[in-house]
Ligand binder design. Sequence first.
Ligand SMILES: *[C@@H]1O[C@H](CO)[C@@H](O)[C@H](O)[C@H]1NC(C)=O
Ligand SMILES: *[C@@H]1O[C@H](CO)[C@@H](O)[C@H](O)[C@H]1NC(C)=O
Ligand SMILES: *[C@@H]1O[C@H](CO)[C@@H](O)[C@H](O)[C@H]1NC(C)=O
Length: 423
Amino acid sequence: MFGPMSLLSLFALVQSNDNGLALTPPMGWMAWERFRCDTDCQEDPENCISEVLFRDMADRLYEDGWRELGYEYVIIDDCWMSKARDQDGRLQPDPDRFPSGIARLAEYVHSRGLKLGIYADMGRYTCMGFPGTTLDRIKTDAQTFADWGVDYLKFDGCSSNPLEQMLGYPLMSKALNATGRPMVYSCSWPVYVGSLPPEVNYTLLGNICHLWRNYYDIQDSWESVKFIKDWFFKNQDYIQPAAGPGRWNDPDMLIIGNFGLSLDQSRAQMALWSIMAAPLIMSNNLRQLDASTQAILQNKLAIIINQDPLGIQGRQLLTEKSKIEVYWRPLVDSNSALAFLSMRSDMPYLYHTSLGKLGYDVGIYQVHDVFGGSKPKTLNSTEVFTVSINPSGVVMWYLAPANRRAGVNQALIQFRSRSRMRL
Ligand SMILES: *[C@@H]1O[C@H](CO)[C@@H](O)[C@H](O)[C@H]1NC(C)=O
Ligand SMILES: *[C@@H]1O[C@H](CO)[C@@H](O)[C@H](O)[C@H]1NC(C)=O
Ligand SMILES: *[C@@H]1O[C@H](CO)[C@@H](O)[C@H](O)[C@H]1NC(C)=O
């Protein structure tokens, strides 16, 4: 179908993600981790993959204060489709579970000031065996999603080979662009080809996709969060430079509010994902979150760190023999975030260090404890300080140079005006 030369020129020309979307990491809600491929609407009508679930989640995002904070995408994952395409070869939703159709669902979601995401798969079948998008169907499917008013596509990669993926992911980028409807494009490509260079070209990914799933699916456990965290920071030299406005590494969904994480571990996931400039896409049951879980996911300073307009992904600074790990992310206006994570399993650990030791310039800093909520304090970079970190817990700080009166209040004001613009 394509010779090697046309392949190269395709890569050189395609830069179709540059449509002004996802300038900060996308935020929202996605069905997969919590609701999987539950298609049993007889026995489990509230939790099965159906239009009811997505309308309910849109209602929750709209009514419970999520949308104002930036959680705006409601994203359908696998198992929404009918097992067969329609007579014109287009994908269609399962008629029993989505009787009103996707276009109506998109209208509903839009009426609440939110956006709709959908799922397709580069290959013969989706991961759960529904109709896939082979190379010859890419244009049709992109157009179908645009016609329905979809705002975001997650493009998975089950049942295709690396050559098909190398052709298909850029082609879908072009096809989405050609519809004229701005859509966020999430690529699962790197997971299927080993996650690292030379198999994965992160420059190319950044040119064609707004975000990409680097590594394995998250599961509902601290083990899984640790596994993903370890991979992302072990390989930070490859992936950290790839991120920026309009192009994000995606360590997968936030599982906060489900069954696998303690409150400390939930804060740890929120902190790590904020440091990583990761998409904040929850997969939980928004109908039944308790207040302390909701407070973690709605923590304004954590969200401000995650959504920082510079879009520089943070890094692991060091890991101590004591199993304390320190993370850092530079933010706008010379502000920054630090996270102190404990991988211990005994008791709160008193960790001593100084900002100078962590590489900060000489000076005085205003420090806000993101989850501690106490009053900000000032800290001389030479001063040794102590943080008490719970087992599998985190302490996260937002820091601003104290010589600028602006500091965190300025960041809050800027965030408010940005999130208003988003609505
Ligand atoms: C298509 O790509 C061009 C070039 O990157 C960009 O300016 C435009 O906004 C894109 N359009 C859509 C609908 O994504
Ligand atoms: C990666 O992709 C970019 C953009 O298409 C290209 O310029 C570069 O040569 C590629 N790098 C490698 C190692 O293939
Ligand atoms: C910070 O502390 C050092 C001593 O550790 C001191 O010399 C310096 O004056 C202090 N800076 C300020 C601005 O107080």
